[in-house]
Design a binder for this molecule. Structure first.
Ligand code: NAP
Length: 344
């Protein structure tokens, strides 16, 4: 009979800190035996990993909202897996869970690490495993609290979101519609723009690769912008700042256009528009809302079930493709929430 110790755990570790885009030699592939869990602990087999733009920031040795990944550590990643061994009364073999599983095939989680790893059982009736990494997972929570708490949209407001076809953006725009707003996306390419309008019900979408964002905003936001949910930063942020209304709210969720910079981050040139319009910009870190995730999950699951909201995940198969797959986020090749399938 096979025991856990007979199984190999393939892992991907951070070998060196990248300058600019991460390359294959920034990673090291290792193999370890899986081993039995300690008393109170569990072993989880990774099924799907969430690939996130934030991973690029975690590779830098700088002060942030969480410590960087250490050199030689297994790369940090959230994921969905199945419990394959349990010495915990709270988890049974076969349970599907969400946690920080990291970029590896098996995660051994000790009793005292469960809270830190954000471990919880997922409810398969509320969504598929990949939806639990998307609309019901961290990106969905970011969209929900970023839009509703920070953006504070009112019915009739115009909400603009960049990265509109991505994980966070797709939920921001759909939720804005549910709350009675006009939703205008900004995304790269006609296919993504068509999808957010025709499939997700956004009112319009501006293709920043195919035309002028400035002109697009003029056409599609004739009454100005009340809420801008910014996922990308850079020039697009400046174009939107030029169109904001009095008392507008600019939600600083991310700035993916700046994450691989080798030069200093480009700040907003048009920030005086905040002064003129008595407007504000506010950042958010999704983990601050962890206590309220259950409320957001319940509402978003209900929208999915009723068909008011849809979700799209871009699933790539194979742990070994992690280094190249991660790069899809930074060249816009991902269409929907980027997920790495590690096992079935
Ligand atoms: P995503 O949108 O699914 O994927 C990233 C997308 O960014 C790409 O598909 C690409 O879409 C776009 N992009 C890449 N480079 C760009 C550039 N130079 N200019 C404009 N767009 C560019 O990723 P996500 O997981 O939903 O994350 C979106 C943002 O939210 C990121 O900035 C991330 O860091 C942030 N975030 C923040 C929090 C928080 O707590 N604050 C939590 C989660 C995510 P196009 O094809 O449309 O260019």
């Amino acid at each position: 009979m096979h025991t856990l110790s007979d199984l190999e755990n393939h892992q991907i570790r951070l070998a060196s800190r990248p300058v600019g885009l991460p390359a294959r030699d920034n990673w090291r592939f290792t193999t370890e035996p899986v081993g039995e869990p300690a008393d109170g602990g569990i072993v989880v087999k990774t099924l799907f990993l969430s690939l996130d733009p934030a991973m690029r920031g975690w590779m830098n040795d700088v002060k942030s909202y969480i410590p960087p990944v250490g050199i030689d550590d297994v790369m940090r990643a959230g994921g969905i897996g199945v419990v394959v061994a349990s010495k915990s009364p709270a988890f049974a073999v076969g349970d599907h869970v969400s946690a920080m599983l990291n970029v590896q095939e098996y995660a051994t989680i000790a009793a005292d690490q469960m809270k830190r790893a954000g471990l919880f059982k997922i409810d398969p009736r509320a969504g598929t495993p990949t939806q639990w990494l998307n609309v019901l997972g961290m990106p969905g929570m970011t969209a929900y609290f970023g839009l509703l708490d920070v953006g504070q949209p009112k019915p009739g407001d115009t909400v603009v979101v960049s990265g509109a076809a991505g994980a966070v953006g797709q939920t921001v725009g759909q939720l804005a519609k549910v709350k009675g707003c006009r939703a205008v996306g900004i995304a790269g390419g006609q296919a993504k723009c068509d999808w957010v309008v025709k499939e997700l019900g956004f009112d319009a979408c501006i293709d920043y690769k195919g035309g002028s964002v400035r002109d697009g905003l003029k056409t599609h936001c004739p009454d100005g912008v009340d809420v801008y949910f910014d996922n990308v930063g850079g020039e697009i942020l400046d174009h939107v700042l030029a169109r904001i209304n009095r008392k507008a709210r600019v939600v600083i969720c991310g700035a993916i256009s700046q994450y691989n910079n080798t030069a200093p981050v480009q700040g907003p040139k048009n920030y005086l528009s905040l002064l003129v319009n008595r407007a504000r910009m506010e950042g958010l870190v999704v983990f601050d809302y962890a206590d309220r995730y259950p409320v957001a999950i319940a509402e978003l699951a209900e929208h999915l079930k009723s068909g008011r909201m849809k979700s799209k995940e871009d699933v790539v198969v194979g742990l070994e493709s992690f280094p190249e797959t991660l790069l899809k986020l930074f060249n816009g090749e991902n269409f929907g929430k980027l997920v790495l399938q590690v096992a079935t």
